[in-house]
Design a protein around this ligand. Structure first.
Ligand SMILES: *Cc1c(COP(=O)(O)O)cnc(C)c1O
Length: 339
């Protein structure tokens, strides 16, 4: 497949082999020079810790085509900082921020034909990751590491506009109280595959995880963060050691405060106090915002704004954030890095 074959309108969120990816190797205490390669296969030892002990972490961020043809990266420094933390938690060497951003820039530039045009709602999704590699068998940190960044063009998440989705409360946990919930690591995702598949088989978009200690408070919506709007105009999002600190969530908190004049509260979202909310949503890089129509908890479907209509605050937040990402609206200082 070549970039010329893509129908930007029907593009989904699927792996596509683009032309170039970046790879660097950590060996003998330092990162070697990274390089671009056309090879999309990794050649790693069968003893790699990434395979046996889940020693790996990843990131997800997007590059956006602007109306003037230029390309925006959205807050890549935040993804770099988060990857430092994920690496530290899994005893892997951090990737320096400059190296992380440079790698993203190189991959975007080398694959410029694959960046969706302005106005299609699409973007170029970047997937940086670090894996422990090298000959090994014992439970210990790897002798070597790869840092890789590849990218794929992705379509507008909601073809035909944003629509609310229903979610179901899971009885499973994706993370433990002092575990790896705040690190973006594959192990959390492995734990979420089965509950997620069950939720989808029951007709829900995904499941919602409660706090792993008491199972009384909302933590995450599948692999996205939760937020809700109260009747008296507060933007509320859970505060917890096991919630993944999303860049979208962090950005929406700022926009809610600075541009929508909402009070922002990071606190507990009790599952039996959902009546105070008039809107709710899931937020993350892939979908930006998925409005939550209803939440199934036991026998009851709790409906927020509507099962079919998107609430006004959710819509405003979505427009503000996507406007900034594509360069249509002024960005707060430091949010946009030009490629
Ligand atoms: C990546 C991720 C998010 C969203 O983070 P963004 O930086 O906004 O994309 C939320 N929850 C989990 C579990 C994640 O892995």
């Amino acid at each position: 497949m070549s970039a010329a074959d893509i129908d930007w309108k029907t593009l989904g969120f699927d792996y596509i082999k683009t032309d170039f990816r970046y790879i660097a190797t950590y060996r003998n205490g330092s990162w070697g020079p990274g390089e671009l390669t056309r090879d999309n296969q990794l050649h790693i030892s069968e003893g790699s810790t990434a395979i046996h002990y889940g020693q790996q972490c990843f990131e997800g961020l997007k590059a956006y085509r602007c109306q003037d043809g230029s390309i925006n990266l959205f807050r890549p420094d935040r993804n770099a900082a988060r990857m430092h933390k994920s690496c530290a938690r899994l005893l892997m060497p951090p990737v320096p921020t400059e190296m992380f951003i440079d790698a993203c820039q190189q991959v975007v530039k080398a694959n410029e034909a694959w960046i969706p045009p302005y106005g299609t709602g699409g973007a170029f999704y970047l997937r940086p990751f670090v894996i422990g590699v090298g000959d090994n068998i014992g439970v210990r940190t790897a002798p070597e590491f790869h840092f890789v960044v590849f990218g794929i063009p992705v379509g507008a998440y909601f073809k035909g506009g944003m629509t609310p989705h229903n979610f179901v409360i899971s009885s499973y946990d994706r993370a433990a109280p002092q575990g790896t919930g705040a690190a973006k690591v594959g192990g959390n995702y492995a734990a979420s595959l089965m509950p997620g598949a069950q939720a989808k088989a029951e007709g829900f978009a995904d499941c919602i995880y409660l706090d792993p200690l008491t199972h009384r408070k909302i933590e995450e919506v599948g692999s996205a963060n939760f937020f809700a709007i109260t009747g008296d105009g507060k933007f509320v999002t859970p505060r917890s050691e096991s919630v993944l600190p999303g860049v979208t969530r962090m950005s929406l908190m700022d926009l809610a405060r600075e541009r929508l004049n909402l009070e922002v509260v990071e606190g507990d979202v009790h599952i039996d106090q959902l009546d105070q909310f008039v809107e709710a949503g899931a937020c993350g890089t892939a979908a930006v915002i998925t409005p939550i129509g209803g939440i199934q908890y036991g026998e009851k479907l709790h409906v927020f704004h509507s099962l079919t209509e998107v609430g006004p605050v959710t819509r405003k937040l979505y427009e503000e954030l996507t406007g900034i990402q594509t360069g249509d609206k002024p960005a707060p200082e430091g949010w946009i890095v030009k490629v």
